[in-house]
Design a protein around this ligand. Sequence first.
Ligand code: NOJ
Ligand code: MG
Length: 603
Amino acid sequence: MPSLLKVLGISFGVIVVVGVVVGSITWAVLATRPLPPPELKPLDWWENTIIYQIYPRSFKDSDGDGIGDIQGIISKLDHLVEAGVGAIWMSPIFVSPMVDFGYDISDFYNIQTEYGTMADFEELVEKAHNLGIKIILDYVPNHASTDSEYFKKSVDREPGYENYFIWADPIITNTSDRQVPSNWISQFGGSVWEWNEQRQQYYLHQFAIEQADFNFREPAVRNEMLNIMKFWFEKGADGYRLDALPHLFEANPNDHNGTYPDEPLSGDMFVRPDQAGYTTQVHVRDQIELYDVVYEWREVADRWTEANETDTKILLAEAYANISMTMLYYGDENNRTGAHFPFNFDFITSLSASSNARDFVYTILRWLTYMPRGNVANWVFGNHDQNRVPSRFRPNMMDGLNSLNMMLPGVAITYQGEEIGMRDGYVSWEDTVDVAACNQGNPDNYLEFSRDPARTPYQWDNTTSAGFSTNATTWLPVGLDYMELNLQAQREAERSHFKVYQALTQLRKEPALSHGEYHIESLTANTLILVRHLRTYDTYALVFNVGQEQDVVDLSTVSLLRDPLTVYISSIHSNRNIDDTIPLEGSLTLTAGEALVLRGSPT
Ligand code: NOJ
Ligand code: MG
């Protein structure tokens, strides 16, 4: 039978050749045609936002009393928009005798008069929301001021309030007078136990004497906390930063024959017997029961969001704890979820001016390694409890550190002033007001404990009180360097920390940053590289010399980088300018602290 091919006059050999040729062309075309850009999964509002912490007392004073206030914040919302932040977290603005500057709340449902009124708060929420800025409040569940109605009623043993706080009988032996129930030491020094004459019992306080710890084993307390949470949700708060969570519970006397067990001594020779850390704190921190409470709050917040069809209400856990106890705040192995994230304090607790690039890489990867799958990372560089960033590290590292903050995956957190590189203020012993320092009663080492230097007023410009207040006297003195170091000067300068910060907050919108993969490694002992990349989109890489000397690196070994590489952002002392080309081959010399954000072609 004559084959069809023969009839058509084409030999089999020709068919094969043509087939192979056509096939190869198709293959070649397919292989070189770029794949479509990856789909960018829509993110919830908080998942890659920038949260800016405001310490209200020190941000902006609108009425000349030398104390920051809510109208002051409203008057500076334009700064937050210019800076490019997505949310503000305000340290407590509720009624308080201010022993711990607002962390001792006496009325959880009202605004401290020196900060403003409920109407001011409502105005702030409305104006911020109109500008696309979310409002996160500080939630202080662990303790209340001894001035609060809760505490007074508990002292009076008013029905329903008897067990609102942790009350304990004294220990009396036939050889001694009244003694405290255990050797536990408060975070601010001295015993956690304070005698109350009227009740003839001790109450427990893990912080100042005026901050009595709630009893979280009392259902009425748990319930009241939920009421407070919902109250401010209703007022428009978009979430909470949850204060001092490791301290929510202490060892349960029911597990210890009805007594409060003493803690073993830590053996730390540098800690005095009346200072926290003298004992191991095994009975006063990280008690496992506390996580149930956090998971319950998350459920309540989620249910509230759902029922009211609002944007997600977020919960951020403040916990200085080891990595495992910290990660439990995200949730547990039984699919219970907790905070949207616990603050990542690693840049505060694990890194300092003496860290090298390997320390940085190791510390960063530690968080990303331990974080349970599907969660969002976050990066904290400073807050109102810690020395400011340029003082803890070095001033020439400010831009590099802000770059890390903005370029690492997840949420970036900025403490007010970091965008302009504010340093610790100088506060003399006479001017010191922080209870943590005053309690030491010792002018010799107060600076070791004082949080005042991180709380001096924001430096807006070079006028009276740095533009913070029209009053020449402010609640804490203005930093001595405000004439040179202030926002106004940095807005006008050609290069400044603020301009770098603005460029970084814009950069975060790039797909490689919002959705991309990360790669981080140390190129040398002192220089690290962080690459953010996402197929078909431009790649961005941070090269940062964290050391104190010039360093030479070789980028050609970083396989994710593609020519041409250009400078996208450079730290203020760098002599490289935007759009300078950086050759991939050859060596790159970086001065101490120099940070470059490079843009490269897609990988
Ligand atoms: C943590 C807060 O950040 C700090 O300022 C405060 O003193 C303690 N919690 C007690 O509320
Ligand atoms: Mg004021």
